[in-house]
Design a protein around this ligand. Structure first.
Ligand SMILES: Nc1nc2c(ncn2[C@@H]2O[C@H](COP(=O)(O)OP(=O)(O)O)[C@@H](O)[C@H]2O)c(=O)[nH]1
Ligand SMILES: [Mg+2]
Length: 297
């Protein structure tokens, strides 16, 4: 290993829905993080590993930082702040618009940051260039030391510039992970997340936020022919259970079919997926339930 090899953590921070998870997937070139047009999809800190000649970047996807309300949101925001403090470089991802009041939760943390900061203005595919320049100037004014990089996570624009900026700021260190490893998350964890993503896409109102997915069985004895997975979808109320199951079980069937295809791609094996829906009354308000369902700061 050359002595100049660089390796370190780059935390992706920002408001819900700015495209942090989309960016992580783009950068690692595969699906790890779940995404959706609905805010606060991400609940776990997720590591995505990108190898470059002479460098390994360990990207941390984080939940969006907003005013926390309820036990779950408090844990989510805390998880994001923890990632912020663990990172070697912080990438603040923003919409192509000037800072607004919603940034007041994250901004003080960024201001007192003792790590290098990069500001990535995402979704530039949505704005014309004359509109983008004043936006970039506003962020530059806010953090004069930080490079401001325009990107489109969706189209992959500007990502080489972004990774080059990050690599420059990483500490000299040998790689922490083998080159063929895209994440440190387990298949079991990712399977639960892929199910949760399908729930986010197919349900509305409060339901995406009221669900948690737990894998009860992950049976690999017949692998690579077959992996048997049994998962429980927790909801907070009986009425939500009915909606998730759907008329004659139709909704649950669609969610199961779509999630199974994604999990099969991930595992490179056929999957038998069994889904159950259970009520855990108001679990999001109960710190013990939040912890039991795997959410930790
Ligand atoms: N047009 C456009 N949409 C994007 C871009 N990046 C993300 N999105 C969309 O923004 C929404 C939220 O993305 P997601 O990655 O879940 O955001 P997160 O909450 O910050 O993780 C999704 O519908 C994405 O497809 C981008 O560069 N351009
Ligand atoms: Mg996300």
């Amino acid at each position: 290993m050359p002595e100049t090899f660089k390796c370190g953590y780059a935390a992706l921070m920002g408001l819900p829905n700015v495209g942090k998870s989309t960016l992580l997937n783009r950068l690692v070139g595969g699906k790890l993080a779940i995404t959706s047009p609905k805010p606060q999809t991400t609940r776990f800190r997720l590591l995505g590993i990108l190898n470059r000649p002479g460098a390994q970047i360990l990207f941390l996807d984080t939940p969006g930082v907003i005013d926390p309300k309820g036990a779950l949101n408090e844990v989510l925001v805390q998880a994001a702040i923890t990632a912020l403090n663990e990172a070697d470089v912080v990438v603040w991802l923003v919409e192509p618009q000037t800072p607004d009041t919603r940034d007041r939760v994250l901004l003080p943390h960024l201001k007192k940051l003792e790590r290098p900061l990069i500001i990535a203005v995402n979704k530039i595919d949505l704005v014309a260039k004359p509109k983008l320049l004043p936006v970039m100037a506003a962020y530059h004014e806010l953090f004069p030391q930080a490079p401001v990089v325009p990107v489109s996570a969706l189209l992959g624009d500007g990502l080489d510039d972004l990774t080059a900026e990050i690599v420059q700021l990483l500490p000299a260190a040998p790689p922490l992970y083998p080159e063929d490893q895209p994440t440190d998350a387990t298949e079991r964890f990712l399977a639960a997340e892929f199910i949760r993503e399908r729930l986010f896409h197919h349900t509305g109102e409060e339901i995406p936020y009221a669900v948690a997915v737990q894998i009860e069985e992950f049976d690999e004895r017949q692998r690579p022919e077959l992996v048997r997975i049994r998962a429980v979808i927790y909801v907070e109320r009986q009425s939500q259970k009915g909606i998730v199951i759907g008329k004659h079980g139709k909704m649950l069937k669609i969610i199961g079919q779509e999630a199974r295809v994604e999990i099969e791609n991930l595992l490179g094996a056929k999957v038998f997926l069994e889904l159950w829906v259970k009520v855990w009354k108001n679990w999001r308000k109960d710190p013990r339930a939040v912890r039991r369902l795997g959410y930790q700061a």
